[in-house]
Design a protein around this ligand. Structure first.
Ligand SMILES: [Zn+2]
Length: 120
C-alpha cells in the first residue's frame, strides 16, 4: 500500500494517489518550499559574510592575505557570485564586488576590489 507523502498514513483508492487529502498535499508543498527558502537564505547570508570578510581583509583595493585569515573572518570558499578572467589568464572568484585569485605563495590569495573593466 502507498503512504501519504506528508503524514505517512496508508492511502486507499487510486493507485497514483500521493496524499490523503488536499490539506496534506498543501502542507507537504509548503514544507518543501520553506526548506528551499531556508537553503537560499543561508547561502545569501554566507555570500554577505564572504563579501564582508574580503572587504575587511582588503581595505585598500588590493591585498595578499593567508586563506586562514579569511576563514577566521567568516569566509567560506565554497560560495561565490561569479568568476572573472584577467587578460593575463588569472581566474578571479568574486563575492559581489570583491574577488580573489590564488597567490603564487601557497596558502595565500590576492584580493581585489571590482573595477569597471571587469564587467566584460
Ligand atoms: Zn496525509
Amino acid at each position: 500500500m502507498n503512504t501519504c507523502l506528508f503524514c505517512n498514513n496508508g492511502l486507499k483508492g487510486r493507485i497514483d494517489k500521493k496524499f490523503c487529502n488536499t490539506q496534506c498535499k498543501s502542507a507537504y508543498h509548503n514544507q518543501s518550499t520553506s526548506s528551499i527558502e531556508t537553503y537560499i537564505r543561508n547561502i545569501n547570508k554566507q555570500l554577505r559574510a564572504n563579501r564582508s570578510a574580503l572587504r575587511t581583509a582588503c581595505p585598500q583595493g588590493k591585498a595578499t592575505v593567508r586563506k586562514e585569515f579569511l576563514i577566521k573572518l567568516g569566509m567560506d570558499f565554497k560560495h561565490l557570485t561569479h568568476s572573472w578572467k584577467s587578460k593575463g589568464g588569472n581566474l578571479y572568484y568574486f563575492c559581489y564586488d570583491y574577488g580573489y585569485t590564488p597567490a603564487l605563495e601557497a596558502g595565500k590569495v590576492v584580493i581585489v576590489q571590482k573595477q569597471d573593466y571587469m564587467n566584460d
